[in-house]
Design a protein around this ligand. Structure first.
Ligand SMILES: CC(C)(COP(=O)(O)OP(=O)(O)OC[C@H]1O[C@@H](n2cnc3c(N)ncnc32)[C@H](O)[C@@H]1OP(=O)(O)O)[C@@H](O)C(=O)NCCC(=O)NCCS
Length: 195
Protein backbone atom coordinates (compact mmCIF):
# COMPACT_ATOMS: atom_id res chain seq x y z
CA UNK A 1 0.00 0.00 0.00
CA UNK A 2 1.36 3.44 -0.94
CA UNK A 3 0.34 6.42 1.18
CA UNK A 4 1.22 9.95 0.19
CA UNK A 5 0.01 13.48 0.61
CA UNK A 6 -2.15 14.36 -2.34
CA UNK A 7 -5.81 14.80 -3.17
CA UNK A 8 -7.48 12.11 -5.28
CA UNK A 9 -10.01 12.94 -7.96
CA UNK A 10 -13.40 13.64 -6.42
CA UNK A 11 -15.19 11.15 -8.59
CA UNK A 12 -12.80 8.30 -7.71
CA UNK A 13 -12.95 9.23 -4.03
CA UNK A 14 -16.74 9.37 -4.12
CA UNK A 15 -16.90 5.88 -5.62
CA UNK A 16 -14.67 4.54 -2.83
CA UNK A 17 -16.83 6.38 -0.28
CA UNK A 18 -20.05 4.88 -1.60
CA UNK A 19 -18.57 1.37 -1.37
CA UNK A 20 -17.12 1.99 2.09
CA UNK A 21 -20.40 3.35 3.46
CA UNK A 22 -22.34 0.54 1.74
CA UNK A 23 -24.40 3.12 -0.12
CA UNK A 24 -25.34 3.56 -3.74
CA UNK A 25 -23.23 6.13 -5.57
CA UNK A 26 -25.17 9.38 -5.86
CA UNK A 27 -24.78 13.11 -6.39
CA UNK A 28 -25.18 13.52 -2.63
CA UNK A 29 -22.19 11.24 -1.95
CA UNK A 30 -20.16 13.13 -4.55
CA UNK A 31 -20.95 16.51 -2.97
CA UNK A 32 -20.27 15.27 0.53
CA UNK A 33 -16.87 13.92 -0.53
CA UNK A 34 -16.03 17.13 -2.42
CA UNK A 35 -16.79 19.12 0.73
CA UNK A 36 -14.69 16.80 2.92
CA UNK A 37 -11.70 16.89 0.56
CA UNK A 38 -11.59 20.67 0.99
CA UNK A 39 -11.52 20.43 4.79
CA UNK A 40 -7.81 19.89 5.33
CA UNK A 41 -4.66 18.06 4.28
CA UNK A 42 -5.48 14.98 2.25
CA UNK A 43 -3.59 11.69 2.15
CA UNK A 44 -4.16 9.28 -0.69
CA UNK A 45 -3.93 5.52 -0.22
CA UNK A 46 -3.05 3.72 -3.42
CA UNK A 47 -2.78 -0.05 -3.88
CA UNK A 48 -0.61 0.20 -6.99
CA UNK A 49 -3.54 -0.08 -9.34
CA UNK A 50 -6.31 2.16 -8.07
CA UNK A 51 -7.46 4.36 -5.23
CA UNK A 52 -7.79 2.32 -2.02
CA UNK A 53 -8.79 5.17 0.25
CA UNK A 54 -8.11 8.65 1.53
CA UNK A 55 -7.93 10.59 4.77
CA UNK A 56 -8.34 14.25 5.65
CA UNK A 57 -6.71 15.96 8.62
CA UNK A 58 -6.47 19.36 10.17
CA UNK A 59 -5.29 20.71 13.50
CA UNK A 60 -7.99 21.35 16.11
CA UNK A 61 -5.41 23.26 18.16
CA UNK A 62 -1.60 23.43 18.16
CA UNK A 63 -1.25 19.87 19.52
CA UNK A 64 -4.44 18.10 18.48
CA UNK A 65 -4.71 16.30 15.16
CA UNK A 66 -8.31 16.25 13.97
CA UNK A 67 -9.23 13.43 11.61
CA UNK A 68 -11.90 15.08 9.49
CA UNK A 69 -12.52 11.91 7.50
CA UNK A 70 -11.05 8.56 6.50
CA UNK A 71 -12.45 6.15 4.01
CA UNK A 72 -10.96 2.84 2.95
CA UNK A 73 -12.22 0.55 0.21
CA UNK A 74 -13.95 -2.45 1.82
CA UNK A 75 -11.24 -4.91 0.72
CA UNK A 76 -8.50 -2.94 2.51
CA UNK A 77 -10.39 -2.45 5.76
CA UNK A 78 -9.35 -4.36 8.87
CA UNK A 79 -5.64 -4.35 7.96
CA UNK A 80 -4.41 -1.48 10.10
CA UNK A 81 -4.17 1.00 7.22
CA UNK A 82 -5.98 3.75 9.18
CA UNK A 83 -3.35 3.59 11.93
CA UNK A 84 -0.58 3.96 9.32
CA UNK A 85 -2.14 7.08 7.80
CA UNK A 86 -2.79 8.64 11.20
CA UNK A 87 0.81 7.81 12.16
CA UNK A 88 2.09 9.68 9.10
CA UNK A 89 -0.03 12.74 9.86
CA UNK A 90 1.07 12.61 13.47
CA UNK A 91 4.71 12.54 12.46
CA UNK A 92 4.29 15.37 10.01
CA UNK A 93 2.47 17.66 12.43
CA UNK A 94 4.09 16.64 15.70
CA UNK A 95 0.60 16.32 17.20
CA UNK A 96 0.31 14.89 20.70
CA UNK A 97 -3.44 14.32 20.69
CA UNK A 98 -6.05 12.90 18.37
CA UNK A 99 -9.66 13.84 17.87
CA UNK A 100 -12.32 12.49 15.53
CA UNK A 101 -16.08 12.20 15.17
CA UNK A 102 -17.73 8.93 14.27
CA UNK A 103 -20.69 6.58 14.38
CA UNK A 104 -18.47 3.54 13.91
CA UNK A 105 -17.02 1.45 16.71
CA UNK A 106 -14.38 0.28 14.22
CA UNK A 107 -13.17 3.87 13.97
CA UNK A 108 -13.23 4.27 17.75
CA UNK A 109 -11.12 1.13 17.98
CA UNK A 110 -8.41 2.63 15.75
CA UNK A 111 -7.96 5.54 18.17
CA UNK A 112 -8.12 3.20 21.12
CA UNK A 113 -5.18 1.21 19.74
CA UNK A 114 -3.14 4.32 18.95
CA UNK A 115 -3.75 6.35 22.08
CA UNK A 116 -2.62 5.98 25.64
CA UNK A 117 -5.81 7.63 26.87
CA UNK A 118 -8.87 7.37 24.66
CA UNK A 119 -12.30 8.75 25.45
CA UNK A 120 -15.08 7.84 25.69
CA UNK A 121 -14.35 4.31 26.86
CA UNK A 122 -16.31 1.55 28.58
CA UNK A 123 -14.40 1.99 31.84
CA UNK A 124 -15.26 5.63 32.28
CA UNK A 125 -18.59 7.31 32.66
CA UNK A 126 -18.75 8.75 29.20
CA UNK A 127 -15.08 9.39 29.34
CA UNK A 128 -14.94 11.43 32.49
CA UNK A 129 -11.69 11.24 34.30
CA UNK A 130 -11.95 8.77 37.14
CA UNK A 131 -9.90 10.25 39.95
CA UNK A 132 -10.71 7.52 42.48
CA UNK A 133 -9.22 4.68 40.46
CA UNK A 134 -6.06 6.69 39.81
CA UNK A 135 -5.55 7.38 43.47
CA UNK A 136 -5.91 3.64 44.12
CA UNK A 137 -3.62 2.66 41.28
CA UNK A 138 -0.82 5.11 41.93
CA UNK A 139 -0.98 5.30 45.70
CA UNK A 140 -0.61 9.06 45.54
CA UNK A 141 -2.84 11.94 44.50
CA UNK A 142 -3.17 12.11 40.70
CA UNK A 143 -2.32 15.16 38.72
CA UNK A 144 -4.68 15.89 35.88
CA UNK A 145 -2.69 16.56 32.78
CA UNK A 146 -5.50 15.72 30.49
CA UNK A 147 -8.83 17.28 29.67
CA UNK A 148 -11.50 14.94 28.33
CA UNK A 149 -13.27 16.49 25.38
CA UNK A 150 -15.28 13.48 24.25
CA UNK A 151 -19.00 13.88 23.84
CA UNK A 152 -22.04 12.48 22.08
CA UNK A 153 -23.84 14.72 19.64
CA UNK A 154 -27.41 13.57 19.35
CA UNK A 155 -28.80 13.12 15.84
CA UNK A 156 -25.76 14.92 14.40
CA UNK A 157 -26.01 13.14 11.06
CA UNK A 158 -29.80 13.18 11.02
CA UNK A 159 -29.85 9.41 10.50
CA UNK A 160 -27.48 6.52 9.83
CA UNK A 161 -24.40 7.52 7.90
CA UNK A 162 -23.98 3.99 6.55
CA UNK A 163 -26.20 1.84 4.34
CA UNK A 164 -25.36 -1.03 6.66
CA UNK A 165 -24.32 -0.64 10.28
CA UNK A 166 -20.58 -1.30 10.76
CA UNK A 167 -20.36 -3.61 13.74
CA UNK A 168 -17.44 -4.95 15.74
CA UNK A 169 -16.89 -8.60 16.57
CA UNK A 170 -16.38 -7.78 20.25
CA UNK A 171 -19.98 -8.10 21.49
CA UNK A 172 -19.59 -6.46 24.94
CA UNK A 173 -17.80 -3.53 23.33
CA UNK A 174 -20.54 -3.23 20.71
CA UNK A 175 -23.18 -3.29 23.45
CA UNK A 176 -21.43 -0.43 25.23
CA UNK A 177 -21.13 1.54 21.97
CA UNK A 178 -24.82 1.04 21.19
CA UNK A 179 -25.67 2.31 24.67
CA UNK A 180 -23.97 5.64 23.98
CA UNK A 181 -24.47 6.02 20.22
CA UNK A 182 -27.92 5.62 18.68
CA UNK A 183 -27.09 4.56 15.13
CA UNK A 184 -30.57 5.07 13.65
CA UNK A 185 -30.91 8.53 15.16
CA UNK A 186 -27.57 9.47 13.61
CA UNK A 187 -25.69 10.21 16.82
CA UNK A 188 -22.05 11.19 16.46
CA UNK A 189 -19.42 10.37 19.04
CA UNK A 190 -16.57 12.82 19.42
CA UNK A 191 -13.55 10.76 20.46
CA UNK A 192 -10.51 12.37 21.98
CA UNK A 193 -7.22 11.06 23.27
CA UNK A 194 -3.52 11.34 23.78
CA UNK A 195 -1.00 9.43 21.66
C1 LIG B 1 -13.22 2.72 10.00
C2 LIG B 1 -11.96 2.50 9.18
C3 LIG B 1 -11.37 3.84 8.75
C4 LIG B 1 -10.94 1.78 10.10
O1 LIG B 1 -9.72 1.60 9.41
P1 LIG B 1 -9.01 0.18 9.38
O2 LIG B 1 -7.67 0.34 8.75
O3 LIG B 1 -9.96 -0.78 8.74
O4 LIG B 1 -8.85 -0.10 10.94
P2 LIG B 1 -8.34 -1.44 11.64
O5 LIG B 1 -7.78 -2.38 10.64
O6 LIG B 1 -7.47 -1.00 12.76
O7 LIG B 1 -9.69 -2.02 12.19
C5 LIG B 1 -10.33 -1.49 13.34
C6 LIG B 1 -11.20 -2.58 13.96
O8 LIG B 1 -12.37 -2.73 13.16
C7 LIG B 1 -12.46 -4.04 12.64
N1 LIG B 1 -12.84 -3.93 11.22
C8 LIG B 1 -12.34 -3.04 10.32
N2 LIG B 1 -12.91 -3.24 9.13
C9 LIG B 1 -13.77 -4.27 9.29
C10 LIG B 1 -14.65 -4.93 8.40
N3 LIG B 1 -14.76 -4.57 7.11
N4 LIG B 1 -15.40 -5.95 8.90
C11 LIG B 1 -15.32 -6.32 10.21
N5 LIG B 1 -14.49 -5.71 11.09
C12 LIG B 1 -13.73 -4.71 10.62
C13 LIG B 1 -11.08 -4.63 12.74
O9 LIG B 1 -11.12 -6.01 12.89
C14 LIG B 1 -10.51 -3.93 13.98
O10 LIG B 1 -10.86 -4.66 15.14
P3 LIG B 1 -10.04 -4.56 16.53
O11 LIG B 1 -10.63 -3.41 17.24
O12 LIG B 1 -10.36 -5.85 17.21
O13 LIG B 1 -8.60 -4.38 16.20
C15 LIG B 1 -12.21 1.63 7.92
O14 LIG B 1 -12.67 0.35 8.32
C16 LIG B 1 -13.21 2.27 6.95
O15 LIG B 1 -12.81 2.97 6.03
N6 LIG B 1 -14.51 2.02 7.15
C17 LIG B 1 -15.56 2.58 6.29
C18 LIG B 1 -15.62 4.10 6.31
C19 LIG B 1 -15.66 4.64 7.71
O16 LIG B 1 -16.40 4.15 8.56
N7 LIG B 1 -14.86 5.68 7.94
C20 LIG B 1 -14.81 6.34 9.23
C21 LIG B 1 -15.81 7.42 9.25
S1 LIG B 1 -15.68 8.37 10.75
Amino acid sequence: MFIYKSTPSTIEAARVAAAAFTKTYSQEVYEDVAQHLAEGSVYTIFDGVSLAGFAIFNMADHETLYLAGIILRPDVQGQGVAAKVIGMAREETGAKKLMLRTQSLRMWSVGNKLCHFWYPNPKGRLGYYDHASWIGALGSPPFVSYEDKSKIIRAFYGGPLYGQKPTHRNRPLQKWWDSICDFDRGDAVVCYGEF
